[in-house]
Design a binder for this molecule. Structure first.
Ligand code: GLU
Length: 505
């Protein structure tokens, strides 16, 4: 086999969909597995669809994901430049070469004329295809006399260059995921290869670059499968070797009906892009939602590929080791937002408490709370198992930082008993005099105090939790009061005694 050289070839037309990230990932895994080269090529020849900021976004997204580029616009390489807009002259030569060979031709039909023919066809219940069936009647170098064509070219008349699709020929080709396929060229159109603005179309630039950059395997989304017969024919026209192809299945909506879109994410509250998209219509990103890149990548890797075992948690190294194109699925894979969160949960559980405390400290700082790592580590230990994201640490522990000031009326009605204020007032005095305010010590003394008094443990503990937490939730109550400290506990008891009776009325 040739040296493995693969490319991820996005067009900078907006934020990179997670399907695009997965394409990059599979290319990367395949390259690394075979000790090959992973190339990032920017396909920016469609000026109408170019979006400022998109290229930078793609680069940052790959960096965040840990997908490192071997050759590309920033890395350079022997096949530079890697941005198609900087390779314009190259494509023109290849288009001319095809025209000379008779495999492509000049077409002068204006967009208006083509549109009219399309409309007329629709009105007759047909589809308009520009190919061998009608090209002899259209306005092109095949239908007109040579000198007429030369005159038009010399006069600066606008034209495109179209590929001359054979009239009726069976094209056989192979896809590493889908196997052998055959298409009759009679159903295909004469695709535009070179546009009137002097730029190549995707088809020309893509084939020329894959050839010149010595790409061994083209791994891309299945939306490009219909273009494959044309691409195979173009390789034949250029007389160069055809790379291997693998077309990846779609990532589907959670209900399996169609391709996953930004709207699905907006509706159900999950991102479909790796990073926040800040331009124009903004969009959420996995990074900003608090996902770890390792969890995001692990989730994506299994969305369309399986290792053939039950194993689900993979580091990048393990993915490289286990990956194979043969195990990529043919059918689309449903996106499962719960599973995505589950992956983050697992990766978060694997983090050291100290590391989580450092991350949580940042989160708290942004909200004006300043705590040291040692204290936050204790907090993390109490609630870690319940959380999937660092931001969940806050929802699980907000009452550690802020005294409660809102209570659920129904819960208070049920759990705050007429005797609660008196009992808590007594408990307050007991706590005020404790020699030590550790969780173990307070628990021991409060429990024996309850017993000595003959109170109901449930009543005392629920009342105390209501005043300290504001609700019947949270970790072990004695861990909470020890963490917030004696002074704060007493303040909360006093405040609760004053407020909760009122709420009940
Ligand atoms: N520029 C194309 C895209 O945006 C690349 C397709 C391919 O990989 O051939 O998807």
């Amino acid at each position: 086999m040739h040296k493995v050289r693969v490319r991820f070839a996005p067009s900078p037309t907006g934020p990179l969909h997670i399907g695009g990230v997965r394409t990059a990932l599979y290319n990367y895994l395949f390259a690394k597995k075979h000790h090959g080269v992973f190339i990032l090529r920017i396909e920016d020849t469609d000026q109408a669809r170019f979006v400022e900021g998109a290229e930078g976004y793609i680069i940052e997204a790959l960096r965040w994901c840990g997908i490192t580029v071997d050759e590309g616009i920033n890395e350079g390489g022997n096949y530079a430049p890697y941005r198609q807009s900087e390779r314009k002259e190259i494509y023109r030569q290849y288009a001319d070469m095809l025209v000379e060979k008779g495999d492509a031709y000049y077409a002068f039909d204006t967009p208006d004329q083509l549109e009219k023919m399309r409309e007329a066809a629709v009105a007759e219940g047909r589809t308009f295809i520009y190919n061998a069936s009608n090209r002899g009647m259209l306005h092109n170098s095949l239908s007109m006399k040579e000198d007429e064509c030369e005159r038009l070219l010399a006069s600066g008349e606008q034209y495109v260059i179209r590929y001359k699709m054979p009239a009726e020929e069976e094209i056989h080709f192979n896809d590493l995921i889908r196997g052998n396929m055959v298409v009759n060229t009679g159903t295909l159109d004469d695709k535009v290869l070179f546009k009137s603005d002097g730029m190549p179309t995707y088809h020309l630039a893509n084939i020329v670059d894959d050839h010149l950059m010595e790409i061994s395997h083209v791994i891309r989304g299945e939306e490009w499968l219909p273009s494959l017969p044309l691409h195979v024919l173009m390789y034949r026209s250029f007389g160069c070797e055809v790379p291997a192809f693998a077309h990846l299945p779609l990532i589907l909506k959670p209900d399996g009906k169609g391709k996953l879109s930004k709207r699905d994410g907006d509706k159900m509250g999950f991102p479909v892009f790796p990073l926040y998209w800040p331009y124009g219509e903004t969009a959420k990103g996995y990074r900003e939602e608090g996902y770890y890149p390792e969890a995001f990548i692990n989730m994506l890797a299994l969305l369309g590929w399986n290792p053939g075992t039950e194993k689900e948690i993979f580091s990048m190294e393990e993915l490289i080791e286990a990956f194979s194109i043969e195990r990529v699925h043919k059918a689309g894979s449903r996106f499962d937002p719960d599973k995505a969160r589950w992956f983050n949960h697992i990766y978060l559980q694997q983090k050291e408490n100290k590391q989580l405390a450092i991350e949580f400290r940042e989160f708290l700082r942004a909200r004006g709370f300043h705590y040291d790592i040692i204290r936050l580590e204790k907090l993390v230990a109490m609630v870690k198992e319940r959380v999937s994201f660092v931001k969940d640490l806050w929802t699980e522990t907000d009452f550690f930082f802020e005294s409660p000031d809102a209570w659920d009326k129904d819960i208070v009605a049920k759990r705050w008993k007429p005797e609660s204020p008196v009992i808590l007032a007594e408990l307050r005095d007991t706590m005020a005099n404790l020699p030590d305010f550790s969780a173990e010590e307070t628990e021991k003394i409060v429990k024996s105090w309850i017993e000595a008094k003959g109170y109901s443990t449930g009543l005392v503990m629920n009342s105390l939790r209501l005043v300290v937490v504001g609700a019947l939730r949270g970790p072990h109550l004695f861990d909470i009061i020890s963490w917030i400290g004696r002074e704060e506990t007493l303040i909360r008891i006093d405040k609760g005694i004053d407020t909760l009776g009122q709420i009940q009325k």
